[in-house]
Design a protein around this ligand. Structure first.
Ligand SMILES: Cc1ncc(C[n+]2csc(CCOP(=O)(O)OP(=O)(O)O)c2C)c(N)n1
Ligand SMILES: [Mg+2]
Length: 558
């Protein structure tokens, strides 16, 4: 067999993880990578509208498949992708970010090139892109095989992005050494445990559980990131513990599971009774490690006594003041499934669909939109949730059994959802991809619609048109000009972007929404619905709530 080039080998090795798409934008310094995509079998080039969109799309793809590849060009391309890659770092997704750079011959001759600052510093961008990754390497023919193994191992161990730079000359030179053939992601043991720590941690957790009278569990998105979503569900089902999710973890647990009780977020919990159940528990088993940001905890109103909290993190466990280290989360969950004694009785939870309000010619509102959406989601579907007002509604909405959800509540970069839904759609092999976005968020990345049409994904998209950055009006005083949006005829976009056979309409009344939802059910294709939402819904929170939420006031003396 002909020796592969550095670029071909790199792509071949990454594809062995089970990745079949590469999201990116080409560029001259990255041609060795771009060309190699055409030469490596099993890998499809996906041309995003820009590098930020490509990074978001890779993020969406990785949420379904476990890992993704993104490629950009030197400087201008990679810098545009950084916001997206940093979001993937926050949300613990192994994205392999491949960038091309000027050849070593140019660098060593001290020649000036484009995509630079008029000087000969060729490492400047490596430092910036590297900061969005957990591991990085400059690949050469000589180090490529070893370095790739190190980088893949570390990115999977930490479940975070990796940054790989290949110069235009090294990319086309033959790789030196004996190639490695890797395994698919699902067969890779990503973290190892020290047996003594693992046994002690598991025994301590089970001891605490067996003496607890009314424990609850929280399952976090980290379990999905390590491919442990099913294992976490199996544990909850066997242990029979009432289980809640925090907003950032929406979609992590099948909400039809009898043990699922609802959303916990301090004062923003989905009901007072869920808040009470979690806060009055004598043990909170946190599987994955919740991240108590203000938006995940109702402005830090969570009340989880550290002494009652048992946290199973990626590779360490905390039980009160005790910490166990080198305890791989998959080992901990597997051992717990084997050894846990189920709690007796039936978990009490009330699972109600949102009430249907409004009818006929009534103008649409959030109150009439979400209940109707909720009733159309089916097992196997994935709901992609944008940051903004819609996130506050969708996180609280009970999802039908088998429906997954993906959001970016921690990083919260608006515009993420449109390309991420594209990535989710490219990754899914069955079930529909639904996406809800506000109009302001959509404006940042809506050119990815053309890409969706080109690659024939079939999402169902709802753009909530209130003409505003609405949530900003809620958290600041009403009426700032900077929250008003340019008005766009959204429902005309799919046609303008060349999306063929898309069902695209604007709906302003309950009857119009119901009609289009019925059509979507029968339509084997993409749908794009512009939903008119009154801007009066975005009323400001009381001033004192805003001041205290942002900690704006000087604390009183004493
Ligand atoms: C990249 C980025 N820029 C700015 C913000 C600040 N921001 C958060 S939500 C939001 C408004 C979202 O408006 P829209 O999508 O229309 O949703 P609405 O609340 O109106 O339903 C803005 C500007 C952000 N989170 N991310
Ligand atoms: Mg809006």
């Amino acid at each position: 067999m002909k020796t592969q080039t550095v670029a071909q080998y790199t792509l071949t090795r990454l594809a062995q993880l089970g990745i079949d798409k590469i999201f990116g934008v080409p560029g001259d310094y990255a041609f060795s990578i771009d060309d190699a995509v055409e030469q490596v079998s099993g890998l499809e080039w996906v041309a995003s509208a820009n590098e930020l969109n490509a990074a978001y799309a890779a993020d969406g793809y990785a949420r379904i498949r476990g890992a993704a590849i993104l490629t950009t060009t030197y400087g201008v391309g990679e810098l545009s992708a950084i916001n997206g890659v940093m979001g993937s770092k926050a949300h613990r997704l192994p994205i392999f970010h491949l960038t091309g750079m000027p050849s070593e011959r140019i660098q060593k001759q001290g020649l000036l090139t484009h995509h630079n600052l008029g000087d000969v510093d060729y490492t400047r961008f490596q430092a910036l892109s590297g900061a969005a990754a957990c591991v990085s390497a400059v690949l050469t023919p000589d180090n490529c095989i070893d370095e790739l193994e190190r980088v893949i191992r570390e990115a999977l161990r930490q479940s975070k992005p990796a940054y790989l730079v290949i110069s235009e000359v090294n990319g086309i030179q033959p790789v030196i050494g004996t190639p490695v053939t890797g395994k698919p992601l699902s067969e890779i043991k990503r973290q190892q445990s020290v047996p003594q720590e693992l046994d002690a941690a598991v025994a301590s957790i089970l001891k605490r559980l067996s003496s607890a009278k009314n424990p609850v569990a929280l399952v976090t998105a980290l379990t999905s990131r390590y491919g442990l979503k099913d294992k976490a569900r199996d544990f909850i089902a066997k242990a029979n513990i009432p289980t809640a999710l925090t907003p950032n973890d929406k979609g992590t647990l099948d909400e039809s599971l009898p043990q699922y009780i609802g959303l916990y977020a301090g004062v923003w919990s989905s009901s007072d009774s869920i808040r009470q159940t979690v806060e009055s528990a004598d043990l909170v088993l946190d599987i994955g490690g919740i991240i108590p940001t203000e938006l995940n905890t109702g402005m830090w109103t969570e009340n989880l006594d550290p002494e009652k909290l048992v946290s199973i993190n990626d590779n360490w466990v905390r039980i009160g003041s005790k910490v166990f280290v080198n305890t791989a989360i998959d080992d901990v969950i597997s051992a717990m499934i084997e050894k846990v004694t189920p709690l007796p009785g039936k978990v009490a939870s009330s699972k109600e669909l949102l009430p249907l309000t409004g009818n006929g010619g009534d103008p649409l509102s959030s109150a009439s939109f979400y209940p109707r959406l909720q009733r159309r989601l089916k097992s196997g579907d994935t709901l992609v949730i944008e940051t903004g007002t819609c996130m506050t509604h969708l996180n609280k909405m009970l999802l039908p059994g088998g429906v997954g959800a993906e959001g970016q509540g921690l990083w919260g970069s608006i515009g993420w959802a449109t390309p991420a839904a594209f990535g989710v759609g490219m990754a899914k092999t069955s079930g529909r991809t639904w996406m809800v976005t506000g109009d302001g968020s959509h404006q940042l990345t809506l050119n990815e619609l053309a890409v969706m049409g080109r690659y024939k994904v079939k999402p169902v998209i709802f753009v909530l048109n209130n003409g505003l950055y609405g949530i900003e009006d809620v958290i600041s005083e009403r009426g700032h000009g900077y929250d008003d949006l340019a008005s766009v005829n959204y429902h005309l976009l799919p046609a303008a972007f060349g999306c063929k056979d898309w069902l695209s309409v604007k709906v302003g009344t309950v009857a119009e929404l119901e009609e289009v939802l019925a059509k979507i059910e029968k339509h084997d294709g993409a749908a794009y619905i512009e939903v008119m939402i009154p801007n009066e819904e975005s009323q400001p929170l009381p001033g004192d709530v805003i001041d205290s939420g942002y900690k704006l006031l000087t604390p009183p003396v004493g």
